[in-house]
Design a binder for this molecule. Structure first.
Ligand SMILES: C[S@@+](CC[C@H](N)C(=O)[O-])C[C@H]1O[C@@H](n2cnc3c(N)ncnc32)[C@H](O)[C@@H]1O
Length: 228
């Protein structure tokens, strides 16, 4: 038999590349037509006092880059950059955000694992809970952050790892995704051991209660890390 060895495995198996509903929502958000996410408002408020004019900010796992609107709306003077592993979502941001003032080259198709460099602030929201573990990507983001990192993930007392079928994808698509809840103390210790002062902050949207996303509970929690 002839071997069939391809290099498109990431996009072929990535849930975010297989949902017209997500693409439509992320396009409305990029156009500024959807209501601002409560977590985006909270993240912007956490970042606001930390940002000096001209500071750079990387939104890691940015979707289509709509957090740019949360900064702009509040006049937070950060230079916004976004990366995301899903090419179709980055393409939406590159199409929609230039008319709102963000140059298309500020959005890149890139996995956290392939990222290197330095920025002043890093934001990572609702990303690491859906990948296999937090250690390597979070370490990479902390290495990048000169000043601060704002993280929002599913975290509680005691970790729970799950790999589940996502029943909300396009018809006929059968893919699974991690819905991990990490131990909040483990995350704090991990960040603290890398030279940051870290605070755990209650999530405003979920009010500390588990929120069901694709039929599985998420214990949304913010962590604010400032380099010492
Ligand atoms: C639940 S969405 C969150 C999007 C946005 N941060 C928000 O809060 O609305 C998760 C995003 O993480 C991206 N993602 C997943 N794994 C990634 C990785 N290894 N590196 C970069 N982005 C990743 C997905 O493509 C998707 O856009």
């Amino acid at each position: 038999m002839i071997a069939d060895i391809r290099t498109d495995g990431w996009t072929a198996h990535c849930i975010w590349e297989h949902s017209a509903t997500v693409r439509e929502l992320y396009a409305r958000r990029a156009r500024g037509e959807a209501e601002e996410m409560v977590c985006a408002a909270q993240a912007a408020e956490l970042l606001a006092p930390l940002v000096s004019p001209g500071d750079s900010l990387l939104d890691a796992g940015c979707g289509s880059g709509y957090f740019f609107h949360s900064l702009k709306r509040r006049g937070i003077p950060a230079e916004y950059h976004g990366i995301d592993a899903a090419p179709s979502l980055i393409a939406i941001g590159q199409r929609e955000l230039p008319r709102h003032g963000l140059s298309a080259d500020r959005l890149k198709v890139l996995r956290i694992e392939d990222l290197d460099g330095a920025v002043d602030h890093v934001l990572c929201m609702n990303v690491l809970s859906n990948i296999d573990n937090f250690h390597r990507p979070l370490e990479r983001l902390l290495k990048l952050a000169r000043k601060s990192l704002v993280l929002r993930e599913s975290a509680k007392n005691g970790a729970e790892y799950r790999y589940v079928r996502d029943a909300y994808l396009d018809p006929g698509v059968d893919l699974s995704v991690h819905v991990n809840a990490y131990d909040a103390g483990d995350i704090e210790d991990f960040i603290g051991a890398r030279g940051f002062r870290v605070r755990r902050i209650a999530d405003r949207r979920s009010g500390g209660l588990p929120e069901m996303v694709i039929d599985h509970p998420h214990w949304w929690t913010f962590f604010l890390a400032e380099r010492m």
